[in-house]
Structure formats: C-alpha cells, structure tokens
Design a protein around this ligand. Structure first.
Ligand code: UD1
Length: 416
C-alpha cells in the first residue's frame, strides 16, 4: 500500500465532477438481492467498500460485473443466506445485508460487527426493528442467527434515527406481508436514494427523507436501472480543501441542498459560495476566521462525516471554533495527527476547541479512519512544505482517487 506525499501552500483552481455516494450505494447493493434478476447501478463509485459488498454478493450467489461506470448485479442465483466472518469484518456496514437477506431468504446468518475506528458500533436498534417485524434472532458466540419464516408489516419506532437501522428496516419490510410504517426514521438523503432504487425495482416505499417511511411488502420486483446520487461528503471534503488551501473551485454533479450546513459554515468562515443547478463554486483566500460552534447532528444537521474536514480547514483560521461531536464516541482520532503540523486543538470528551494558528508545517501523519484521513490531506494542502500520509487504505474506503482529484485542482499530491 502506498503513501500520499502532499506539498502544501498552493491554491486550488479548477472544476471537478464528484463521484457517486458510498453511503448510498452500499445499502442499494444489499437491496439488489430482493430481485431475482438484474439491477444496473450507474455512477457507482469504485471503492474498497464497494469491492467488499460485491464479494458478499458473489458469496450469496450473485454475478457482478462492471460496464463502464455501472455495476451490474444479477441476483437470480442467490442460494446462500450467510455472510462469513471474514467478509463481515472487511466492512462494518455489512450488517445492512441482514434485512435484505431476510427479505429474500427468510433466514440469515452473519457475524456480529464489532467496534470500529469510531468507537463501539452497536446494532441493537437494527435487531429490535427486525424482531418487531417477526424475525427470531439468536445472538450466541459472536454470530447472529435469524429465522423469519413469516415477516409481518407493522408500525415500528426507532428509539434513535439511526441511518443503518432505518435502511435495514426498509429492506426487511420489503419482504413483509402487509404494510410497515417506520417512525423516527433517519432523514439522510441516502435513504431517499435507496427508496428511489427500490421503487424503480417495483417496490412501493414512501416518505424516505422524512421521519416516517411507509413500505408495502411483498411487491413483485423487476429489473431496474438506477443512477447513484452524488457523494455529499466527498463534496464537503473538496470544499474544505479549497477553503483551506485558498483558490477558486467548482464542484459539478452535486446537490447543493444536501450540503447547506457545510456551505453555511464555510461562508461564515469567510469563503464565497455560489450554488446553483448541480454545482457549487467556492472561492477562498486560504486564511479563514473562527465560526460559531459546530454541532454534529442527524440530517439535516451538520454531518458527523464532515466534522474532521471542516476542522482541518479551520486550523489556520483567525479565532477559535468549538466542535461538539454528538453522533460517535470516538471521532477525534485525527486530532493528534493534526497537532503534528502545529495545529492547536484541545479535546475534552465530545468537545474539541480549535484555536487558529498562523502557519502549519508539513509533517508525517498516519490516517486513523476514513474521514479523519481525508482531513489530514486537507490540512496538508494548507501547510508549508511536504507532508507524508501513511495508512491511506482508510481513505480508499470512501474516495475513488483522492490524489487524482486534488491534482486535477492543481494540488501537488503523489501516491508512492
Ligand atoms: C451511517 C453512515 C456513516 C455516518 C453515520 C451517521 C453508512 C454506510 N454509514 O452509519 O458514514 O457517519 O450514518 O450519519 O451509511 N446506534 C446505536 N444502535 C444501533 C445503531 C446505531 O446505538 O443499533 C448509534 C451509533 O453507535 C451512533 C449513532 O447511533 O452513535 C448513529 O449511528 P447510525 O446513524 O446508525 O450510523 P450508521 O448507519 O452506522
């Protein structure tokens, strides 16, 4: 595995088309097995997590192939309902296959996803929702054995608007007899994208994007062609990169409404932002100003996945910015790495206080997780001299080619 070498101090300039969304395509890939036929997913990002999902699909009996930017999944031959431990460990969000396998096969066997880089990753809400729909789940020995000879649609309430639990509930509800109503559902745009795919496939799902989602079960399915929505977190990363390094960058193929809290923060920090059609243009002088507290929250609040990259953009700001991380327990692991560049950040529990410094110095840093790794790259662009980023496999889980994209904008980034 290579490393990134980033020479900082150059403003970014140019335009870039943003890749399809990882967090949208992963549940959609799980959903393909609901249909005994073929699904075509256009604008599918080529990522480690997508490879891991196709490995799971192949294990279950699907055939997957690339046609240009489209991933084609033929799920006619699904003949297994288990996901081996090795594949579960390769991607924590593989638990999303649980609802889909139950829908298709009436039973499922997976290993428990353990903790991850962001702290413990419980799945109690997923299991409570599936039990409510009639699944009998045994959790012994690190394995989950689920039987659901008959899934029955009901009203179910999530005690917290979990993205994954909402998606798992929707997928299981597709296999239910009758109608399921999910209350306190997460409202992330990726759930609306899953709904669009399912409906293209012949399902009847309504309400995704609001906190009440209704699913009519046991609908016949058909071949679907779906274009994966743009990745709002990748877009947020490149906006933060332009904000940090300075310059004039236009992102194309994005939905600016999905990024309103991120662009509002960057605007407050002194960037000029113009959004319209399917593009966002950002102009920045490079040195930002501190902004009001940034509190992560479920959508439409400020995304936890954009916390690290915004923090990286504010390291050289004039003034102080307070971050409050409300979604995950352990989401400041990038901070120690950033301080190697001379950043002034204090962390206490869920709060991080960033005091802007005049200059950052290029350093050797190790990526700690996907978005934390991207944040190191953003900070390196605004530092003096060269930075070396190791453990970049974290970044590759979610960015098709970060080095290529940044080079397109004029940055000096090499993978060696
Ligand atoms: C998804 C995204 C991830 C993003 C997160 C929050 C994907 C593949 N991943 O993750 O990038 O950071 O949403 O926007 O879409 N929780 C429980 N019990 C559960 C489920 C969740 O306690 O059964 C807790 C989690 O520990 C976390 C919070 O709920 O603290 C939010 O998690 P959730 O919305 O489920 O995130 P994911 O779906 O895992």
């Amino acid at each position: 595995m290579g490393e990134f070498y980033i020479e900082g101090g150059r403003p970014l300039d140019g335009s870039l088309r943003v890749q399809g969304a990882k967090n949208s395509v992963l549940p959609i890939l799980a959903a393909t097995i609901l249909h005994r036929g073929t699904s075509v997913l256009k604008n599918c990002p080529r990522l480690r997590d997508v490879e891991a999902s196709t490995e799971i699909l192949r294990h279950l009996g699907c055939r997957c192939r690339w046609e240009g930017d489209a991933l084609v999944v033929d799920a006619a031959g699904v003949d297994r309902w288990d996901v081996p431990d090795r594949l579960m460990r390769s991607m924590r969000s593989s638990v999303i296959f649980l609802g889909a396998i139950l829908s298709r096969c009436g039973r499922a066997e997976l290993s428990m996803p353990g903790g991850c880089e962001l702290g413990p990753r419980p799945i109690d809400l997923h299991l409570a929702a599936l039990r409510r729909l009639g699944a009998v789940i045994d959790e012994g020995g690190g394995r989950l054995r689920c039987e659901a000879p008959e899934l029955v649609g009901r009203e179910l309430t999530l005690s917290m608007p979990s993205v994954g639990a909402t998606e798992n509930s929707i997928l299981a509800a597709c296999g239910c007899e009758g109608t399921t109503v999910i209350l306190n559902a997460a409202r992330e745009p990726e759930i609306a994208d899953l709904q669009r795919f399912l409906n293209a496939m012949g399902q009847r799902v309504r309400g995704a994007g609001t906190s009440t989602v209704t699913v009519e079960g046991r609908r016949p399915t058909r071949d679907a062609v779906h274009t994966v929505m743009p990745d709002r977190i990748v877009a947020a990363t490149y906006l933060a990169a332009a904000a940090a390094a300075g310059g004039d960058v236009e992102l194309q193929g994005v939905d600016y409404r999905h990024l309103s809290t991120v662009t509002a923060a960057l605007h407050e920090a002194g960037c000029q932002i113009h959004s319209g059609g399917d593009s966002i243009r950002i102009r920045s002088q490079g040195r930002l100003r501190g902004i009001r507290p940034v509190r992560t929250a479920p959508y439409p609040g400020f995304p936890t996945d954009a916390q690290a990259v915004l923090m990286a953009a504010l390291l050289r700001s004039r003034g102080v910015t307070v971050f409050v991380e409300n979604i995950f327990d352990s989401r400041y692991r990038h901070v120690d790495e950033l301080t190697r560049m001379g950043a002034d950040i204090r962390v206490e529990g869920r709060v991080a206080v960033v005091c802007g410094v005049d200059r950052l110095q290029g350093a050797e840093m190790a990526c700690t997780d996907l978005r934390g790794g991207a944040a190191l790259a953003v900070a390196a662009l605004s530092a003096e001299g060269e930075s070396r980023l190791t453990a970049i496999h974290h970044i590759k889980r979610g960015y098709e080619d970060l080095a290529r994209d940044l080079r397109l904008l004029g940055a000096q980034v090499e993978e060696r």
